[in-house]
Design a protein around this ligand. Structure first.
Ligand SMILES: [Zn+2]
Length: 202
């Protein structure tokens, strides 16, 4: 009897481990993903029906299907050839990872500080365009990200907050530019706040 219990327990453990492994594999397909649409060779954002994929995987089958695409409903009857791109490298196509790779090693175009690695708990860095309008990257449509990365500059979350305040509530902002004119190289205010004679302060 004890042997049978051990056998059943062992089989259950193997089954649970197998299911956990398959679920983990399918979790890679969760979330928005960026692909190059084979039809027009432009970026498109797709989503995989990953719950369906998990159910199929639990039965030992492979079933990757799109459940959303930024080109739908116009192209809803397409051949789904973009699935090959996602299947080959799911992590590399997730818009989060695409953004993380873009910001990695970059510095803020406003303050010059390194932009920290993307984190789900911290404020996100942003992109600033030629009109000095900044937007957090995740507020853009995923399919617009590649063009935004090409045409905009990276800006840290602090500078983005300041730029947004200046743009949206200018009446609450007193613009007081500073320059590095102090005797020890420190920053001092320009304009009417600037000391008349810097030497007298040495
Ligand atoms: Zn900055």
């Amino acid at each position: 009897m004890a042997t049978e219990v051990y056998l059943v327990t062992g089989l259950l453990v193997i089954l649970v481990a197998y299911l956990a492994m398959r679920v983990h594999q399918m979790m890679k397909f969760q979330g928005s993903m960026l692909v190059t649409c084979p039809e027009n060779r432009k970026p498109a954002a797709v989503r995989i029906a990953w719950m369906r994929a998990i159910r199929a995987a639990a039965l030992g089958k492979k079933q990757l299907q799109l459940c959303a695409c930024s080109r739908w409903p116009e192209m809803e009857k397409c051949e789904r050839d973009c699935l090959f791109q996602v299947e080959r490298d799911p992590e590399g196509h997730k818009d989060w990872n695409v953004a993380a790779n873009y910001f990695a090693g970059k510095t803020c175009v406003c303050c010059g500080k390194p932009i920290e690695a993307l984190s789900h708990v911290d404020d996100y860095p942003a992109l600033i365009d030629k009109q000095m309008k900044s937007r957090e990257w995740d507020k853009l449509r995923p399919e617009d990200l590649p063009a935004a990365f090409e045409n905009c500059k990276p800006i840290c979350s602090s500078c983005h907050a300041i730029e947004t305040l200046i743009r949206e509530q200018p009446e609450r902002v007193t613009y007081r530019p500073w320059e590095r004119s102090g005797p020890l190289g420190e920053y001092r205010p320009e304009g009417e706040n600037k000391p008349k004679n810097i030497e007298s302060h040495v």
